[in-house]
Write a new protein. Structure first.
Length: 250
């Protein structure tokens, strides 16, 4: 990915859509952008992120598409980290140039500069719903990982899968990343949710430390056409956010 070109487009689209872009750190030659937009009165706190794996461009592109179309619904407080790992995105690798998988660095003592900066930028904020956008080379269609608290009435993963299915097939595998899966939903065993793991992923950090009621990780298959992948990610985000703003967690 051309990071400089992406950053410029992001800055422009964010401004037009009423978001404030601040820089929360530096990664190599690139600045790390954080987008925020507050509602006029109180609203749900929504968190989105992408670009933590440098060989997964559909997420950052989908978030840029949504900004350009001004498609983030009004009435919510947004915290968006669209470019978590620019050094890896620049060279198209999953890991940083040092070989670190940043999505395994949210434990008590992060090793990477990027994730220390990310955690400092988040502080102890509480979020209601979080979406982390990913891709998978082994993917055979769209799928997701989700954690919902018991009080949540709406089946947000089902909504996400419905939105994705309108654009591309759902991953038919019954085992994904060595975990049981069914109709595009991965069901991690309880041990995966240990909040003190050194290799904690971002989504579980958001679930345990930032108290999100709905935590989802979306995955598009890298083998599919990139345009289709970014449209799928965008459709999922739009549908989930629209429902959350309409009905909250009920
Ligand atoms: Zn990923």
């Amino acid at each position: 990915m051309n990071i400089d070109a992406y950053f410029e487009r992001l800055r422009d689209a964010a401004r037009r859509a009423g978001f404030t872009l601040t820089v929360y750190g530096q990664a190599g030659e690139w600045e790390l952008p954080l987008l925020k937009r507050e509602p006029e009165s109180k609203g749900p706190r929504l968190y989105l992120s992408s670009g933590i794996h440098g060989d997964e461009p559909a997420g950052p592109m989908a978030l840029l598409d949504l900004l350009r179309r001004d498609a983030f619904p009004r009435g919510a407080a947004y915290t968006i980290f669209p470019l978590l790992n620019p050094r890896a995105l620049a060279i198209g690798t999953r890991e940083t140039p040092e070989g670190l998988d940043l999505n395994r660095d949210y434990g008590p003592e992060p090793r990477s500069h990027e994730i220390r900066a990310h955690l400092a930028a988040m502080g102890d904020q509480v979020f209601d719903l979080t979406l982390c956008l990913h891709e998978d080379y082994d993917g055979e269609g769209f799928y997701l990982f989700a954690h919902q608290r018991e009080e949540v009435g709406t089946d947000f993963p089902a909504l996400a899968l419905e939105a994705a299915a309108a654009v591309m097939p759902i991953d038919p595998r019954t085992e994904i990343d060595e975990m049981p899966a069914r109709e595009g939903r991965v069901h991690p065993p309880p041990s995966v949710a240990d909040p003190n793991r050194a290799d904690l992923p971002e989504a579980l950090r958001l679930f345990h430390h930032h108290k999100a009621s709905v935590v989802m990780t979306t995955e598009t298959p890298s083998g599919q056409d990139l345009d289709l992948r970014r449209r799928t990610q965008g459709a999922v985000v739009e549908k989930v956010l629209a429902r959350f703003l309409e009905k909250g967690i009920s």
